[in-house]
Design a protein around this ligand. Structure first.
Ligand code: AMP
Length: 279
């Protein structure tokens, strides 16, 4: 695995690969890697002949400067983890100069899909995501890009922008990787205290309970209210808890086969998100 820090060096490898007819897969990340990220790398088995993992903590997607500064970073450990998989050709870890040159002023805006769920309490977040993802697609010239269902709204936004801008990349989704207690793996989990980490398991458990009740035919509003209350009892501040279609993220009913339950809730200053399908 080669560690590449500049877009020039990246372009040289990519040009060589394209000449040789290779299929390029990319896994965009912000680092602080865990088994969830590694599942995205493995998902490219048999689909890409060359693999690039990108690590870039993207300043323009953080609406809160503290969150940006507190975001965990550790390039050496990340590189070691990726090296161990034996599956990665290039770890592309650019600094800001390689991504945002002086005077950078373009934003990719996926309207509509960014005005709900995490878009409501993180203004500008998805514009930052759409912009960096588009730039990474251009820089890596990837044929396939892998995204986790853990960030389901992000996945929908990326699919939309690829379709709308005719980007020549196919999007491969990967189901959420979870801890034994079902908490979704996340780089943010490292910021939880021991007590908070124990409590965090209430998040997936409450979603599962809510889904079971919905499947048993209980009233949607009542189920959401109970679930919200249970999470507050467990110490969470709940930002949203909503049933939406995974096709277009519109609010929906339990009878919809594309229904998915979405939640964002904080323990202290650590904001966690999760989502689960009803079927
Ligand atoms: P991040 O580094 O958190 O921005 O995430 C980079 C990619 O990894 C995104 O496509 C995420 O959806 C994905 N990802 C993060 N956590 C998980 C997880 N627990 N399971 C599957 N994919 C994940």
């Amino acid at each position: 695995m080669k560690l590449v820090r500049t877009r020039q060096e990246l372009a040289e490898s990519v040009t060589e690969w394209q000449r040789a007819g290779e299929t390029i897969g990319v896994v965009p990340t912000m680092g602080s890697l865990h088994a969830g990220h590694l599942a995205l790398v493995t998902a490219l088995d048999g689909k890409a002949t060359r693999r690039i993992v990108t690590i870039f903590v993207n300043p323009i997607q953080f609406n809160n400067p503290d969150d940006f500064h507190l975001y965990p970073r550790g390039l050496e450990a990340d590189a070691a983890l990726l090296e161990k998989t034996g599956r990665v050709d290039i770890l592309y870890a650019p600094d800001e100069t390689q991504i945002y040159a002086p005077g950078f002023s373009t934003r990719v805006i996926v309207s509509g899909l960014d005005a709900m769920l995490c878009g409501n309490d993180r203004p500008g977040h998805f514009n930052g995501v759409a912009t960096i993802v588009t730039k990474l697609f251009m820089q890596t010239r990837a044929d396939i890009a892998v995204f986790g269902e853990k960030d389901f709204q992000q996945l929908c936004i990326v699919r939309r922008l690829v379709q709308d801008l005719d980007l020549p990349v196919s999007i491969l989704p990967v189901p959420t990787v979870r801890e034994a207690d079902q908490l979704a793996l996340s780089s943010r989990n490292r910021r939880l205290s021991h007590t908070q980490r124990d409590r965090a398991a209430h998040l997936p458990a409450s979603l599962q309970t809510c889904i079971a009740e919905l499947k048993a035919g209980k009233n949607l509003e009542a189920c959401l209210k109970t679930c919200w209350h249970d999470l507050e009892e467990a110490g969470f501040t709940v930002h949203y808890l909503e049933l939406r279609s995974e096709k277009n993220l519109q609010l929906t009913q339990p009878s919809d086969p594309t229904a998915r339950l979405f939640v964002a809730a904080s323990l202290g200053d650590v904001r966690l998100i999760d989502n689960m399908p009803l079927c």
